[in-house]
Design a protein around this ligand. Structure first.
Ligand SMILES: Nc1ncnc2c1ncn2[C@@H]1O[C@H](COP(=O)(O)OP(=O)(O)OP(=O)(O)O)[C@@H](O)[C@H]1O
Ligand SMILES: [Mg+2]
Length: 224
């Protein structure tokens, strides 16, 4: 599903080159649940942005679902993202003026897929996530854990193959964080490929594989 060969990423501050990723080699197959770890500033978000087709590598080859991504223009990248990837973030990013179910329905507006009966689908997600009685609440009326479950439901609406979550438990207490990881684990068992960035080594056991970045390269890559 994901094939990264010798990926480098540098930021340029004026004339100065700031190398962040220094030759990442990584292959992730459909059905894996990868926990991505590394100290702050090691390049985890940078790598997630490349995998999520939000940013381009400086050098190296990236194949996403068999397609060499470097060949794609912005429109093609947006199409791939839309068809295959769901995003979850630390800060949830729910729209404050919409209620929970309206937030979950947003991806339908942009969807290039023909999602049948979106409201019914959304309702089913709320039911599964134990949020049926929260559907009409605004984000400010929800707990952090509830907001994150709504955000995950939103990420699922477009039926992605891959879920990318950057520190999804970072703003939650440990019990709620475990519940959220349990949810990702359940989605993974149903066939979704999942990549979760976390600082918390206690959460590695939820994954099937641990990848650690250190100083711009992969320092550890093993089955969990
Ligand atoms: N747009 C940018 N321009 C310049 N430097 C950047 C940019 N984005 C990130 N960086 C730098 O790249 C490095 C890696 O950043 P990145 O966000 O990938 O780290 P991270 O591993 O996700 O860290 P954290 O755990 O704190 O989220 C950092 O030193 C950061 O300052
Ligand atoms: Mg980060």
């Amino acid at each position: 599903m994901i094939l990264l060969k010798n990926i480098t990423k540098s930021y340029f501050i004026g004339e100065r080159e700031l190398p962040i990723l220094k030759g990442i080699n990584l292959e992730i197959n459909q059905g894996e649940f990868v926990i991505l770890m590394g100290v702050s500033g090691s390049g985890k978000t940078t790598l997630m942005n490349i995998i999520g087709l939000l940013d381009k590598q400086t050098e190296g080859e990236f194949r996403f679902m068999g397609t060499p991504v470097s060949d794609l223009a912005d429109e093609g990248l947006a199409g791939m993202r839309n068809a295959h990837i769901g995003f979850v973030f630390q800060q949830f990013f729910l729209l404050p003026y919409l209620n929970a179910i309206e937030n979950v329905l947003i991806p339908i507006v942009y969807s290039r897929k023909d999602i049948k009966h979106p409201r019914e689908q959304a309702r089913r997600l709320f039911e599964r996530f134990g949020l049926l009685d929260r559907m009409h609440n605004k984000p400010s009326q929800l707990s952090g854990g509830e907001q994150q479950r709504v955000a995950i439901a939103r990420a699922l609406m477009n039926q992605p193959d891959l879920i990318l979550a950057d520190e999804p438990t970072g703003a939650l207490d440990s019990k709620t964080g475990n519940e959220i990881m349990g949810l990702f684990s359940m989605l993974n068992k149903e066939g979704k490929t999942v990549i979760v960035v976390t600082h918390n080594s206690k959460l590695t056991s939820f994954g099937t594989r641990l990848v650690r970045i250190e100083d711009g390269t992969i320092s550890e890559d093993r089955k969990v």
